[in-house]
Design a protein around this ligand. Structure first.
Ligand code: NDP
Length: 316
């Protein structure tokens, strides 16, 4: 730890597809970016197994392998990747101040926030185990639904995401068991109606998950009715959790405009936040698409916006 703040042009916070894509563009533009990887280097794809919807990988790719390649590509152009976390910021400006968890202070002209969002989980032991081994537990139906074609699956949640994902799964799977913990859904009326209309979506009201069964792969969900206490096993091969995401934006509270849910507000179609020189990319500002390829796209945009900002200010 040095007492003199480190001075730099561009710091990227976060190391998912958005952060590394921003790094590739920023380093090729000569901005010598520093990437702080955060607590989950590689981001959400590190807990995914097969990625089959990212263009350029016709045979699919393992999530961790893909993120390793993203990192290598960023490093090839000189990105300084640091396995540390930014824990405090001061955007009073015009130069932005950042502190790492070990107390190192940086002064930077631009910041690209790519801290992403984390899926919320139920917190069951077998859920964590089977999600990390690719055993059939997932928090993303669009990413993983394909692996359960013509099989039976369960999905937990009753918001718009769960309703949308249940519909998506109903087109691929034989049966979709929707586990709703109350006797009503939070999802918008129209989404609820669509779910109710689908013949192969079975809604289990007042139902919570006690355990996910299966050693190597999901074999069933042990659920209970929270009104009657009655337990039953629903045989399924896939278990989806769609109970919301939490954007990793706590350290920006008070500095940047954000939605009540914590998602950062960006100028529509751009990556500008309400502070000059602070840009946002990826899931930290996107609760709608949340895909690796869209995150990578906005990472590119943020780097281009940062480069233009530095040029316009006469800094580079
Ligand atoms: P929400 O917070 O809206 O819903 C979360 C759901 O998960 C709720 O039904 C909640 O139940 C349930 N839940 C939470 N914790 C548990 C638990 N431990 N066990 C069982 N169930 C649980 O999150 P979403 O991701 O659905 O939506 C986030 C935002 O994004 C919303 O504003 C939504 O409208 C928006 N969105 C819009 C879409 C669209 O317009 N096409 C698509 C997707 C999202 P309970 O209701 O009992 O609290």
């Amino acid at each position: 730890m040095s007492a003199t703040p480190e001075k730099t042009l561009c710091v990227i916070i976060g190391s998912g597809p958005a952060g590394y894509t921003a790094a590739i563009y920023a380093s090729r533009a000569g901005l010598n970016p520093i990437v702080y990887t955060g607590p989950e280097p590689g981001g959400q794809l590190m807990i995914t197994t097969d990625v089959e919807n990212y263009p350029g990988y016709p045979e699919g790719v393992q999530g961790p392998t893909m993120m390793d390649e993203f990192r290598k590509q960023a490093e090839r152009f000189g990105t300084d990747v640091r396995n540390e976390m930014i824990t405090k910021v001061d955007f009073t400006g015009p130069v932005h101040k950042l502190w790492t968890e070990s107390g190192h202070e940086l002064h930077t002209h631009t910041v690209i926030i790519s801290t992403g969002a984390s899926a919320k989980w139920l917190g069951l032991e077998n859920e964590t185990r089977l999600a990390s081994t690719g055993g059939g537990v997932s928090a993303c139906a669009v990413c993983d639904g394909f692996f359960f074609r013509n099989l039976d699956v369960a999905i937990v949640g009753a918001g718009d995401t769960a309703a949308e994902e249940a519909q998506y799964l109903s087109k691929l799977c034989k049966n979709v068991h929707m586990l709703v913990r109350r006797d009503e859904m939070r999802a918008s009326k129209i989404m609820q109606e669509r779910v109710m209309k689908a013949e192969n979506i079975h809604i289990h009201w007042n139902t919570e998950t006690k355990d996910i069964l299966g050693e190597e792969e999901v074999e069933g969900a042990l659920v209970f009715n929270n009104k009657t206490g009655e337990e039953k096993v629903i045989p399924v091969q896939g278990f989806f959790v769609a109970i919301g995401h939490k954007p990793n934006t706590d350290i920006f509270k008070g500095w940047l405009d954000m939605e009540d849910t914590g998602y950062l507000k960006a100028t529509p179609g751009r990556t500008f936040t309400n502070r000059e020189g602070v840009f946002v990319s990826g899931d930290a500002a996107d609760h709608i698409y949340r895909q690796a390829v869209t995150a990578a796209g906005t990472g590119c945009m943020a780097a281009l916006d940062a480069e233009r900002y530095l040029t316009e200010k006469g800094i580079v």
